[in-house]
Every structure is written in C-alpha cells, then in structure tokens.
Write a protein that binds this ligand. Structure first.
Ligand code: NAD
Ligand code: MG
Length: 387
C-alpha cells in the first residue's frame, strides 16, 4: 500500500525535494494534494509531475490563474481550493514545507486530524508550542521533524519521546553560515547577496538569512525543546562548518550518539515519510576516503546575537517565542527588501522582545494575536531605524 501525502508549500526548496523523494519511490509514496502561496506556474508543474488531485492556492488572484493554467494543460479535473487544511484528514502524512508563520494552520489541522505531520515549518511549532503540544496526543497524531538537526536527534533517540532519565543533553550542530569568523565591524556593510550565499545548504531566502544571523539555530533550540521536552540548560549548540554531523545526543554515561550524512534534505524528508522504516533511496553517501576533517567550535554569541535572543524567548515561554519569530520575519523581510541593515536584524528582535510582557496563549487565536503584535512592534522599530 502506498503512503498518501499532502504537501504544503510544494514549490519551495523543501517542497521540490519532497517531490523528488516521492517520485523516486512510486511504489511506496504518492502525492494526493499540494499547496502553494502564489507561484502557480511552478505549482501546476508539480501537479503534472505528481498527479495530485487537489491544488490549494493561498493567494486569491493567483487561484483563478491556476484554474486557467490547469484547464489549458488538460488537467481541468484537478480541484483548486483556497486551503489545504481540510484535506489533511484524507491522507497518511502531511509535509508542512510552508515558510514562516503561514504554516500554522497546516500544523494544527494535521495533528487535530490525527495524522502524521512531517514538519519542516519550524516557525509554527516555535510560535504555537503551548497550543500545538496538546494536539500531539490526538489519537493517530505523530510529529516527525524534517529539520535536519531534529531528524538527527530523532534518529539518535529512535523515538519522538526520549526517556528523560537517560538523556543528558542534546547537541545541535550549526554550519555557522556565510559569516562565520567575521567581526561585527566586518559585517556592518553586508549585502543581501552575501547573506544569501550559504556555504553548505541551498534553501529558501528566509531560512538562509536566519542561518547567517544564527537566528535559525536559536529557533532550532526552541524547536528541540518543544519536540523532545529537554530543558533549555541541557541543549547545546556547536558550530560544525562541514554539515556532516547533523546533531548528537549525549546520554547519562557520557556516551554520545551522532547522525552523519552528506548535507541533503532529501534524507530527513524520506525519513519522516518512511518512519518507522527507512527510506530506500540513498541521496549521496559519505566517501570516508575524501570527507577530510570534521571540525567543531563554539558559536560566537557576541557577534551573532540572535542565537541567545531566541533562547531567551524560549526560556521566557508563553507567547514570547511567537513574538520573537514574528519580529524576526518582519526584520528579515525588511533586510531582503533593502530597508534594514543585516546587523540591525538582531536590534529589531531585541527591542521587540524587551518591550514584551509574556502571556500564555491558550488558543490558536491567542497565538495569531501574539504574532500580530510582534509584527506591529517590529514594523514600528524598522520604520524608526530607517528614519
Ligand atoms: P521556500 O521559501 O523555498 O518555500 C516556501 C514555500 O511556501 C513555497 O512553496 C511557497 O509557495 C509556500 N507558501 C508561502 N506562503 C504560503 C501560504 N500562505 N500557503 C501555502 N503555501 C505558502 O522555503 P524553504 O526553504 O523550502 O523552507 C520551508 C520551511 O522549511 C521553512 O519553515 C524552513 O525554516 C524549513 N526548513 C527548510 C530547510 C531547507 O533546506 N530549505 C531546512 C530545514 C528547515
Ligand atoms: Mg536545520
């Protein structure tokens, strides 16, 4: 029996790699439904490749374009809808590859429907932890991370729920991004294209900028805390520029288990689809004769302030991670648009977080509200800085 998949965010970096994993193993996996923000030409291509029967388009204007394109391409039978969430209950696995807070409804709908969530969209779990956690106990619901570090931790533990008594600490590896080893002075004039030139991973623009500021690693510390219920003082970050060791778990006897593979997101995607079995298609093996040295060093927390800002928000708990993540999205967008300097991203996030009084969100509405307040506060700081 094939595993049926719904793919939210089908045209992005993770979305396209998910299509590759599924089409490489058609006896095992098939894609029934996909969604896209607004890039409908690419999405129609994905529908043609995968044979999906539903296409959800978030952008209203793009939706009618999608209908026309499908008709023209002889795929008029494909249902075009505004939202993938109602379809989540009709498949075995939902891959959430949407970028940013927009991924929240898919995370919530999948777990509430008692389905497996293969989660790349870390922002939804980070922003809505208090609301998402209870949904994980819905019968049938399962959360398998796609983020490479968390997939590594899941593989080291071979379980989503580690025996807290045996786990001493989680060690997340970070590539260090394109600016590793630079000083703040050297980073004052960073341009958009410098931040988008990641040394080991080809990813969407938002996460690539987050990797350059180490905000991505900070968000991943929160993500690890939410996924594996390990306290913040037992989650470490180590910089490993080769991105071959994807993360490690240290146990109480000081034994450390690490997961190694070439940097290729198709492995964690296949792992999340095939769990509890393993994917059958190797996407690049380690050649031990040529891999060379694997190095490790501490992160430069003074230059890359976003790492500790995120961890501080995680420790504050409640809606602080939602506000942090929203402020970061606004600051990154402003940086990508040329309205904010790279070094000011951490200033925006820090000022928004400093002014925030933590409340505990009880509903999805509370999380949406916290996200909105974070965005408004961050936009005000960005505007002030530009003035
Ligand atoms: P991307 O920018 O390449 O793609 C984003 C996708 O989301 C696109 O298909 C876009 O159409 C879709 N989208 C945007 N708004 C939407 C909406 N409202 N409704 C439906 N779809 C919408 O991003 P990416 O790099 O693939 O990252 C996706 C997620 O995976 C992010 O949360 C990122 O942090 C995470 N992630 C990515 C990588 C990677 O290697 N790219 C690695 C780890 C984690
Ligand atoms: Mg990652």
């Amino acid at each position: 029996m094939t595993v049926s998949v719904a793919l939210a965010g089908c045209t992005g970096s993770i979305g396209r790699q998910t299509v590759e994993v599924v089409t490489a193993d058609p006896d095992r996996f098939r894609i029934d439904a996909v969604s896209v923000g607004s890039s409908v030409a690419d999405a129609v291509q994905v529908v043609a490749t995968t044979g999906a029967r539903v296409l959800a388009v978030a952008d209203e204007a793009a939706r009618s374009t999608a209908r026309d394109m499908l008709n023209d391409a002889g795929m008029g039978h494909v249902e075009v809808v505004d939202d993938l969430a109602p379809v989540c209950s009709e498949v075995d696995v939902v891959v959430n590859a949407v970028v940013g807070f927009a991924g929240l409804d898919i995370t919530v709908a999948t777990l509430a429907a008692g389905r497996r969530l293969a989660l790349a969209n870390k922002e939804s779990l980070i922003a809505a932890g208090p609301v998402v956690q209870p949904l994980r106990s819905t019968p049938g619901a399962e959360l398998i991370p796609v983020d490479s570090e968390h997939s590594a931790l899941h593989q080291c533990l071979r379980s989503g729920t580690p025996d807290a008594g045996e786990v001493e600490r989680l060690i997340l590896t970070a590539s260090g991004g394109p600016f590793r080893g630079r000083t703040l002075d050297e980073l004052a004039q960073v341009r958009r294209e410098d931040a988008l030139a990641h040394p080991t991973w080809a990813m969407g623009p938002k996460i690539t900028v987050d990797s350059s500021t180490l905000m991505n690693k900070g968000l991943e510390v929160i993500e690890a805390h939410e996924l594996f219920a390990v306290p913040y003082d037992r989650i470490d970050v180590v910089v490993h520029p080769q991105s071959v060791v994807h993360s490690m778990v240290e146990f109480t006897d000081a034994s450390t288990i690490a997961q190694l593979s070439m940097p290729d997101m198709r492995l964690p995607i296949a792992y999340a689809l095939a769990w509890p079995q393993r994917g059958g298609t190797p996407f690049g093996r380690i050649d031990w004769a040529t891999v060379g040295s694997l190095t490790f060093e501490g992160p430069d927390r003074a230059t890359f302030r976003c790492l500790d800002l995120a961890i501080a928000a995680g420790r504050m708990g409640g809606d602080a991670p939602a506000v942090l993540s929203a402020a970061n999205e606004v600051a990154v967008e402003a940086f990508l648009d040329g309205r904010l300097g790279w070094a000011a991203i951490s200033d925006v996030v820090s000022r928004v977080l400093d002014a925030h009084d933590v409340a505990v969100p009880g509903t999805v509405g509370d999380v949406i509200d916290a996200d909105r307040r974070g965005r408004i506060a961050a936009a005000a700081v960005v505007a002030q800085m530009a003035a």
